[in-house]
Design a protein around this ligand. Structure first.
Ligand code: GRF
Length: 190
């Protein structure tokens, strides 16, 4: 199964997935990193890990359709079968959703449908929630709304610093995301 990972920032989930593939825990090939920010640290990780990457900035295109059509050309040239969003700060539009029905997976740092959007961890923390977590889900046209594939909880104790919570969430993401990708790949193949 050929996978493209879309990421915009740090890329710790990207690296966890690449490592899981190398360890034989995910039966796939990470064929391409698609990035939308030239300064993103994930690009350095890709270089170090020997994964091909492309950086396409949406603002360089006249429309979202034009941008996604260019992305799609790259995906099709690489025969990509599954898209994994790992810290991708962009809403996927109709062009990609149509080309990859039920084949776009996202990870979100909350127990969806709670705390969707860009700041899932901060929003749960500032809300005084006593638990939050991680969700892996299929992507649809909404923001963090597609069918849930898996969720794991993380407790928030009184007096916890947000940094502690962030650390717990990210550690859980790095474990859960490769696991769910592997399970989903098997389902797609069956
Ligand atoms: C993760 O918390 C993920 O859930 C969210 O964006 C963050 C990306 O982190 N969608 P990283 O770039 O993988 O380190």
């Amino acid at each position: 199964m050929k996978i493209a990972v879309f990421a915009s920032g740090n890329g710790s989930n990207f690296e966890a997935i690449v490592e899981a593939v190398r360890d034989g825990k995910v039966e796939a090939e990470i064929a391409l990193l698609v990035c939308d920010r030239p300064e993103a640290y994930v690009l350095k990780r890709a270089e170090r890990l020997g994964i091909s990457s492309i950086t396409l900035q949406p603002k360089a295109f006249e429309s979202k359709i034009a941008y996604e059509t260019e992305v799609l050309d790259h995906l099709q040239a690489e025969s990509i079968e599954l898209i994994v969003l790992a810290g991708c700060m962009r809403i996927v539009g109709a062009t990609l959703l149509k080309a990859y029905p039920k084949r776009i997976v996202n990870i979100h740092p909350s127990l969806l449908p709670l705390y969707p959007g860009r700041q899932g961890i901060e929003d749960a923390f500032n809300d005084g929630a006593t638990e939050t977590g991680v969700t892996v889900h299929l992507v649809d046209e909404g923001i963090d709304t597609g069918p849930v594939l898996a969720q794991r909880k993380v407790a928030i104790h009184q007096g916890d610093a947000i940094e502690l919570l962030e650390g717990k969430i990210h550690a859980l993401e790095h474990e859960l995301f490769p696991e769910v990708i592997q399970t989903y790949i098997k389902k797609l193949k069956s």
